[in-house]
Design a protein around this ligand. Structure first.
Ligand SMILES: [Zn+2]
Length: 278
C-alpha cells in the first residue's frame, strides 16, 4: 500500500475545498496549467493520447472526462495568478565547488524574501502548518531535473540531527522533501546521517561554517542510483549542501586536483529559496 506523505490530508483539503489564494485570500487560485511555470506536462496526458478501440469508445469518453477532472485537480494551484506572478521564480542557478575539479549546481525555486521567507520561518520555527500549501506551491515550481526518473535517481533530503529533532519535535525538511518526491515521482533515500555534535550554522562566517561542516555527514549505506538530487529548504552560501555532496566523493578527490578517482555519482542540488538569512 502507498503511504501518504505527511500532512497530505490537510493539503488536499486546502487544495480542493478551500480554493482561495494562500497569499491574498481574496481571489480563487488559478489552475497550475494557466500559470507561467516550467513543469513537465502531466503524465496523465499520455493516457488520453492512447487511441481508444472501437468497442471502448463509450467507456473512453467517460474515462477521458474523469481523467480531465483528475488532471484539473492535480494541476490546481494554491495561488492566484496575481500573487504567483509577483514572485520571482527559478532565479539563476548557482554553483559551489565540492572538490578541486567538481562543482555542485544549486537550483532555487525562488529567493529567500517576502512572502516565502516568512512562510518558511513560520513553518520551521513555529510549526505553522497553515504555511504548508504555500510551500508546496513553491516546491511545484521546481522542474524535474532533465533525464531523472524513479529508476535512475533518488532525492537526498538534508538530514537533521537527532538533537535538533528532539528540540523541534519535527523535521521540516523531511516533510517538504516528501512533497518534492510526490511532485517529481522520484523516491527519497535516507542513507546519510548528520553527526550530532555540529553546532548550528546560524551566525557563523563562511569559513567557520565550512570547518564546522567538515565531516558533518556520514554514509550509512551506498546510494541505490548514480543520480543524487540533494534537497534543502533554504540555501545561503551553499555550504551545507556542499558538505552533504562531499559525503559522496572519495576523500582523495577532495584533497588533490590530480586524483582522478572522482565521485561516480551525478549530484545536483535543489532548494526552495536562495538568499541571505539575516
Ligand atoms: Zn492571491
Amino acid at each position: 500500500m502507498r503511504r501518504l506523505a505527511p500532512y497530505q490530508t490537510g493539503l488536499w483539503l486546502a487544495e480542493y475545498i478551500d480554493m482561495r489564494c494562500q497569499l491574498c485570500r481574496i481571489y480563487r487560485s488559478t489552475p497550475q496549467s494557466q500559470l507561467a511555470h516550467h513543469q513537465a506536462p502531466s503524465s496523465l496526458h499520455s493516457i488520453t493520447d492512447t487511441p481508444p478501440t472501437r468497442t471502448a469508445l463509450k467507456k473512453h469518453s467517460f474515462l477521458t472526462d474523469i481523467i480531465h477532472k483528475v488532471d484539473r485537480y492535480l494541476s490546481s494551484s494554491f495561488l492566484c495568478t496575481h500573487c504567483h506572478n509577483d514572485i520571482t521564480w527559478l532565479p539563476r542557478l548557482f554553483e559551489v565547488d565540492i572538490a578541486p575539479s567538481i562543482s555542485l549546481s544549486i537550483q532555487a525555486s525562488t529567493y529567500y524574501e517576502y512572502p516565502i521567507r516568512q512562510a518558511i520561518r513560520a513553518f520551521k520555527h513555529q510549526e505553522d502548518m497553515t504555511k504548508l500549501p504555500l510551500l508546496l506551491h513553491v516546491i511545484r515550481q521546481l522542474p524535474r531535473p532533465h533525464g531523472c526518473h524513479r529508476s535512475n535517481s533518488v532525492i537526498v533530503a538534508m538530514p537533521t540531527t537527532s538533537q535538533r529533532l528532539a528540540k523541534r519535535g519535527f523535521d521540516p525538511v523531511s516533510i517538504l522533501s516528501a512533497q518534492l518526491s510526490k511532485h517529481w515521482q522520484i523516491p527519497l533515500w535516507q542513507g546519510v546521517k548528520r553527526i550530532d555534535d555540529t553546532v548550528s550554522q546560524q551566525g557563523l562566517t563562511r569559513a567557520e561554517r565550512l570547518s564546522n561542516l567538515d565531516n558533518a555527514f556520514a554514509l550509512i549505506e551506498n546510494p541505490p542510483t548514480k543520480r543524487l538530487l540533494l534537497f534543502d529548504d533554504v540555501s545561503t552560501t551553499g555550504a551545507s549542501l556542499q558538505a552533504l555532496a562531499r559525503a559522496f566523493i572519495p576523500p582523495a578527490s577532495i584533497k588533490s586536483v590530480t586524483d582522478n578517482s572522482h565521485s561516480s555519482y551525478q549530484i545536483s542540488a535543489y532548494v526552495l529559496a536562495h538568499g541571505s538569512k539575516s
